[in-house]
Design a protein around this ligand. Structure first.
Ligand code: ADP
Ligand code: MG
Length: 386
């Protein structure tokens, strides 16, 4: 339904999105989870055609968002982080305007606006000026705008930021309601929120996808298994080879620290205690093991760890378990071992393959035009407040 391939976005020298690839299937609620600055908004802006990518492509139902924007955008409703609301319009006027821009047929408009207003419960404020609404109501108006036209995919960037707890609960209920008939992608920097609402979580850190799975699987796999931390005087590839036949291992992350030492995190299968066999495996290979310790972990811990590291260790996938997602340069060979799976994102070598594209300009800033989010029809409107 949505396919994101090798997406890269550079702002000057800063790599905001770093070779991101994933797929979105119909009928689920997806959560983009990551700390502030992880690249969530940038990714969403690119996916919705707001922003050009430096490299890579986004296909919406097979249509390239940049090459066939009208066709691609027809499938998407978007609530950006800062919804481009026109403060001097009433709610109703704004929705009429948005409906027109989306190219909704005149006959349909009124009925559909009514339906959406009821759905997000803003019917009672439809004649109020947007500038006089509370943040919670404004957010609902933004949501209404995204839902208008009932596109298959609804993308919401931090939909509950700035809302009070009661409003957050309401927005969550709305999202669940929407998800009955739509595919929803939302972003958040709050783990609890994503866990609560989403069927599938994609953890993004420093522009990279570091883990993706259902909350249950992430919780189960990340939350309850012990991690055995090791340091060994050898390469990551060798660490993997040595550990390959040790039973009780769920996944391995291994990174070179640059001084001939490899740091590894070995996730044990539930109930296993692999310390002794790990020790023996290294001993029989004649490789010095410098550190061996167990660290218990919670989902919260893992989220923190995954999103605060400088390098990306691995990603978790429902079908194949942990895998190498972004191989380190010196580790590329190691991936041919256990991590040779489908979602492997090409790492640094990509830079040499891909043509140097000019740093793509923003297609439109948030205040520039709601038109960019919609089908791109209708006349210019004075820029309103945000
Ligand atoms: P998130 O939504 O996850 O908080 P963003 O996508 O907004 O992250 O930002 C990702 C990174 O890109 C951040 O380091 C941010 O400072 C940077 N960034 C975002 N927008 C711009 C911009 N227009 N110019 C330069 N840097 C930007
Ligand atoms: Mg953001």
């Amino acid at each position: 339904m949505i396919e994101v391939r090798n997406l890269v976005k550079k702002y000057g020298d800063h790599l905001a999105v770093d070779h991101l690839s994933f797929q979105i299937e119909a009928g689920r609620i997806y959560g983009f989870l990551g700390p502030n600055g992880a690249g969530k908004s940038t990714t969403m802006n690119i996916m919705t055609g707001y922003l050009g990518a430096t490299e890579g492509e986004v296909l919406i139902d097979g249509h390239d968002i940049l090459k066939e924007p009208e066709e691609a955008k027809r499938h998407i409703g978007y609530l950006p982080e800062q919804p481009p609301l026109y403060m001097d319009m009433t709610v109703r006027e704004y929705l009429e305007f948005a409906a027109e821009l989306k190219g909704l047929k005149k006959k349909q408009r009124s009925g559909e606006i009514e339906e959406v207003e009821k759905m997000v419960r803003i019917k009672d404020v439809e004649h109020r000026l947007i500038k006089n609404l509370s943040k919670g109501y404004r957010q609902r108006v933004g949501l209404a705008q995204a839902v208008l036209g009932f596109p298959e995919i609804i993308i919401l960037d931090e939909p509950s930021v700035g809302l009070d707890p009661k409003q957050i609960i309401e927005i969550r209920e709305l999202i669940r309601k929407l998800a009955k008939n739509h595919t929803v992608i939302l972003s958040s920097h709050i783990l609890a929120e994503v866990r609560e609402v989403c069927d599938y979580i994609m953890i993004i850190s420093k522009g990279k996808l570091v883990a993706s799975d259902t909350p249950e699987n992430l919780e189960r796999m990340l939350g309850q298994n012990n991690i055995v931390e090791i340091e060994a005087k050898t390469t990551p590839a060798e660490v993997r080879r040595i550990l390959k036949n040790v039973p009780g291992i769920e996944r391995i992350e291994a990174q070179s620290t640059g001084n001939g030492i490899t740091k590894g995190s070995i996730c044990e299968k539930k109930g296993a205690d692999i310390r002794e066999s790990v020790f023996r495996a290294f001993a029989s290979a004649g490789i010095p093991l410098m550190t061996l310790k167990v660290s218990g972990t919670t989902l919260e811990d893992v989220f923190m760890e995954l999103t605060q590291r400088d390098t990306v260790p691995a990603a978790f996938s429902k079908d194949t378990g942990w895998k190498e997602l972004i191989p380190q340069a010196e580790e590329t060979e190691a991936v041919s071992g256990p991590g040779q799976e489908t979602e492997v994102v090409s790492g640094p070598e990509r830079e040499t393959e891909a043509p140097e594209t000019a740093d793509a300009e923003e297609v439109g800033t948030a205040e520039a035009d709601i038109k960019e989010m919609t089908a791109g029809k209708g006349e210019e409107q004075d820029a309103g407040n945000l």
